[in-house]
Design a protein around this ligand. Structure first.
Ligand code: CA
Length: 222
């Protein structure tokens, strides 16, 4: 899953990026509102961590513009102080949750997981598709109770499919969600990752939909 972090405090931004990458998220970063608005509008972002106090364009305006453009990705706002008024404005403008600075990184991660699984239509911290289970708290997959060891990219691909289980996902869509803006993208490598994943979980769990892409489907173990 791909997260846009918008924070002008470089040190805090780096702390958030480090924490997210440790959980296998793909991360893009913006340090001002104009850049943030641009990246959020053109890139395939699954969720945003948005500071409200930003140079060039404030976070509330960025949020309003995205929502006016019809973008629905979950947005977690960061507020500098315990300002209830700012939070009310942001939530009314379409923010999904908020954190007041200073915050514990574990809380940010937990709130982000909750937003992402709500989009996936699941309430539990464990997402499942048949016997395949993703424990979002530990960024870990298991199949029929057995741990599945994955590389970072394999995890990103399977995590995106799991958050969209049952839906047909194209190669280019997968590619957009497993690489950040500054990384080279090659949708051919998606087939390589899928091939490896099919050796680690039952091959039929990842269906090929001819000419359209891939779909994660439930498979019962024998
Ligand atoms: Ca700020």
């Amino acid at each position: 899953m791909r997260i846009l972090v918008v924070e002008d405090d470089a040190q805090l931004a780096q702390q958030i990026v480090t924490a997210l990458e440790a959980q296998e998220y793909v991360v893009d970063v913006a340090a001002d509102g104009t850049e943030a608005h641009y990246i959020g509008s053109v890139e395939a972002i699954d969720a945003v961590v948005l500071d409200l106090g930003l140079p060039e364009m404030d976070g509330l305006t960025v949020l309003q513009r995205w929502r006016d453009e019809g973008l629905t990705m979950p947005i977690l706002i960061l507020t500098a102080r315990d300002s209830w008024h700012e939070k009310v404005l942001a939530i009314d403008a379409g923010a999904d949750d908020y954190l007041t600075k200073p915050f514990h990184m574990q809380e940010l991660l937990a709130r982000l997981r909750a937003l992402l699984r709500r989009v996936a239509g699941q309430a539990s911290a464990e997402l499942s598709c048949g016997e395949l289970v993703l424990d979002t708290r530990h960024s870990h997959f298991s199949y029929a109770g057995q741990s599945v060891q994955l590389t970072s990219y394999e995890f990103r691909v399977l995590s995106y499919l799991m958050h969209h289980a049952g839906q047909i996902i194209s190669r280019s869509q997968l590619s957009e969600h497993i690489y950040a803006q500054d990384q080279d993208r090659d949708s051919n490598t998606i087939d390589v990752f899928i091939g490896r994943l099919r050796k680690k979980i039952p091959a039929q769990a990842i269906e090929t939909v001819r000419g359209q892409g891939y779909r994660l489907v439930p498979v019962e173990s024998a």
